[in-house]
Design a protein around this ligand. Structure first.
Ligand SMILES: Cc1ncc(COP(=O)(O)O)c(C=O)c1O
Length: 403
């Protein structure tokens, strides 16, 4: 907490009285994270490629910073692809289900910069038609589904169809098939990714040597949880959910840690699994699509107290439309009172100014006291917040690039 208070004071000292509410984007933090991630995996594997998942934070300044750190961009729509091209990205992977004709056409028109990660046989046919019409060869890969049941089924093809898919690709003159992708989300540790890498190794072993030879890269996706772990209010923990089901009311006072694995351990364990199951069969490049891990700590929110309605309830000028979802009903993030700093956590409802009771920032703040006009800071709001912001009731805050 000391570090966070120091950071907040430094920001206020440098910016004077910043606009409130605002997102503060800390470019140095992002660059350091990007380099740390690259170095961790780069030490383990001989040939690597890094693509920032733009969906996790689509602020153009964020993409510019990751490009400067030597990343490419992972885009998931025509909108994101257009932005990546406008920002001058020259190494882009385009993945995602249900790509439209217009989105595929944009990829074909930029075939020197984009690798299309196809999602189905149908998409192969659509992409091939557009490529042939334009007489442009498209570099492409295919996504493999990691969970062939339930909602995740919609992503990619099942592993057992890989050989047939590669054979299909050979029939399309303008498709140059060259790789595979998979992605799993919300990995607190590398276990799930390792299990899939093992399955993938078996699948590669069953391919013909000719099919194996065309695979030049395997993109193992994103989903790395930041090392600080996931902090939850009691109501979002298993005991809290059980209490809720039994009709016992929980006072969201405590916060609970769901721990996560450090990135060097992810790199070490995934590196070992890749060497054992993949590189023993194919000497391919390994690509990564981290989003959350890179941008989580690189953006924070500043806001002010507008109304102290009770000693234990204040309303801020920011509403949770700034983050686009009711994040703080489940997730705990400290609210720091930069105007009255103290290493004391005091109980108080910190609520936003939207006309909905579900507009919650937290149930406590760190500080001596809390009064109207005080400036509050919520750290680690860089991932899946800015991209999800909503023009709902209140305007969305501006971004201040710091320093
Ligand atoms: C295909 C793909 N790659 C990468 C990511 C980034 O995941 P994360 O931000 O958890 O690293 C996502 C997120 O949904 C994704 O769908």
């Amino acid at each position: 907490m000391e570090h966070q208070f120091k950071k907040g004071q430094h920001i206020l000292k440098t910016l004077g009285k910043p606009r409130s509410p605002s997102y503060i984007f800390e470019k140095d933090v992002l660059s350091a994270k990007a380099h740390e991630f690259k170095d961790a995996f780069g030490q383990e594997l001989p040939d690597t490629g890094f693509y920032f998942a733009m969906k996790s934070n689509n602020c153009p300044d964020v993409s510019v910073a990751v490009l400067e750190a030597g990343f490419g961009l992972d885009v998931s729509s025509g909108l994101e692809l257009s932005m990546a091209l406008e920002l001058g990205a020259r190494d882009i992977v385009f993945s995602g289900p249900g790509k439209t004709e217009a989105e595929l056409s944009l990829a074909v028109a930029n075939n020197d910069k984009v690798v299309v990660l196809m999602d189905s046989v149908g998409e192969l046919g659509r992409l091939s038609k557009i490529a042939a019409r334009n007489q442009r060869t498209v570099l492409a890969g295919v996504r493999l589904t990691t969970e062939p049941h339930g909602l995740w089924r919609k992503f990619g093809i099942v592993k057992s169809e890989l050989g047939a898919f590669i054979s299909q690709c050979r029939k399309h003159e303008y498709i140059e098939f060259m790789g595979l992708q998979f992605h799993s989300s919300w990995n607190m540790g590398p276990e799930r990714q390792i299990a899939f890498i093992q399955e993938l190794g078996d699948c590669l072993g069953a391919l013909s040597p000719e099919d194996r030879r065309v695979i030049k890269f395997i993109d193992i996706g994103g989903g790395y949880w930041p090392e600080k772990g996931e902090w939850l209010h009691e109501s979002a923990t298993v005991p809290g959910l059980v209490k809720h089901a039994l009709g016992i009311e929980t006072q969201d006072k405590g916060h609970y840690l769901n721990p996560a694995t450090p990135v060097n351990v992810f790199a070490e364990k995934l590196g070992a699994a890749i060497r054992k199951h993949i590189h023993s069969r194919i000497p391919c490049k390994i690509c990564f699509e981290p989003g959350r891990w890179i941008c989580h700590d690189a953006m924070l929110l500043l806001m002010s107290v507008v109304d102290r309605k009770f000693d234990d309830l204040v309303v801020t000028d920011a509403g949770t439309n700034a983050v686009g979802w009711e994040r703080f009903e489940t997730d705990y993030f400290p609210v720091l009172n930069l105007s009255r700093p103290a290493f004391l956590e005091k109980s108080c409802m910190i609520l936003g100014s939207l006309c909905t009771p579900r507009d919650v920032w937290g149930y406590s703040y760190w500080g001596d006291d809390i009064k109207e006009g005080d400036i509050l800071m919520i750290p680690s709001q860089g991932a899946y917040t800015y991209s999800l912001r909503q023009n709902f009731i209140k305007p969305v805050p501006d971004v201040i690039v710091f320093p």
